[in-house]
Design a protein. Structure first.
Length: 335
């Protein structure tokens, strides 16, 4: 990488990057050059699940100093609009977001970022855990939007990294039982290790059959379904499975147009909610990791140095393991 080391602005910090996780969206941009309306028109640096060390701080930064280890929240509002004022800055239409065109990500040696969206990591939270706060945040935001609470019965659809963090967070928030589905037996085994109470390996069942399996394992229909695949049949199963008066949260993104049994949801008062990334989750996540109330370490199954980024992306594309982590600092052996 021969780009010049950037100088931080007054409210920014310059970071020496350490750990960067590869997300499905990174692979999608690499393979297809677009996600929905976000189209890659110029060369773009990928990476948005990241942590690093502060190297230099801008003149207006007081809460961080060189040497601080930080986790990076990739979405930074560019203006104080109505969404920022109401605390839902993730919905701001002009938000900067790492590795979403045209904004560059942080899969590089040096990176500058808004200091307000860099969060100091306690000594007992590793760089790798810091990078995992980004996917963990999706679980926190989704489970909050779903209203998971003491004794909830929860159905999580899809056992990729986002399905797994939803299992972790749902259990943390008091869910009494969580059932998770996937096509892959190995991913379901990982879900079991991370706290799922029941698993269903989906083969060629209809959405109604999947819903009925969920009900029989839980002993009732779940009040909450968290759909993490974006696959049409899975969204249909999510509607059929959710108890009347319950909530279905759509986390996974698939085709723009999807056919669903909307009347079934409507007449049973099943609330269908979307989520877009997350907001106000980094302090919560850091507190959970520092107190050891939540363990994200089992998510990481593969590690590569930055020089082997292509191999790392190929591994993610093939669906091997769960979370692939890139190490940007070859001199540092601390995970």
């Amino acid at each position: 990488e021969n780009r010049p080391i950037p100088e931080p602005g007054p409210d920014e910090v310059l970071l020496r990057m350490h750990s960067v996780g590869i997300c499905g969206s990174d692979v999608h941009y690499w393979q297809h050059g677009r996600i929905g309306d976000f189209v890659v028109k110029d060369p773009m640096v990928l990476g948005h699940e990241a942590s690093g060390t502060v190297v230099k701080v801008g003149s207006g930064v007081t809460h961080l100093k060189p040497g601080d280890r930080v986790a990076i929240e990739p979405g930074v509002p560019r203006e104080m609009d109505e969404f920022c004022k109401t605390g839902r800055y993730n919905l701001s239409p002009t938000i900067f977001f790492c590795a979403t065109p045209p904004d560059n990500g942080n899969l590089c040696h040096y990176y500058k970022h808004s200091a307000s969206y860099c969060y100091k990591l306690p000594d007992n939270v590793t760089f790798e855990e810091g990078a995992l706060i980004e996917p963990l945040s999706v679980g926190i935001h989704a489970c909050k939007r779903a209203g998971v609470t003491l004794g909830s019965k929860v159905f999580v659809s899809g056992s990729g990294p986002i399905g797994l963090v939803n299992v972790l967070v749902a259990k943390m928030m008091g869910a009494a039982a969580v059932v998770i589905t996937d096509l892959s037996a190995s991913r379901l085994q990982k879900a079991k290790e991370m706290g799922a109470d029941f698993t269903i390996q989906v083969k060629n069942e209809t959405p109604q059959e999947v819903a009925s399996k969920v009900e029989s394992l839980l002993g009732c229909m779940p009040e909450i379904t968290v759909e993490c695949t974006g696959v049409q049949a899975c969204i249909q199963a999510g509607i059929y499975a959710t108890r009347s008066g319950g909530t279905l949260v759509l986390v996974g993104l698939g085709p723009e147009m999807v056919t669903v049994p909307i009347v079934n949801a409507a007449v049973r008062e099943v609330d269908i909610r979307g989520i877009f990334r997350y907001c106000n989750t980094w302090p919560v996540a850091i507190a959970l990791l520092a107190s050891k109330r939540i363990n994200v370490k089992p998510l990481v199954t593969h590690r590569f140095p930055l020089e082997k980024a292509l191999e790392a992306f190929e591994t993610t594309k093939r669906g091997e393991g769960v979370k692939v982590m890139l190490k940007c600092d070859p001199t540092d052996h601390n995970p």
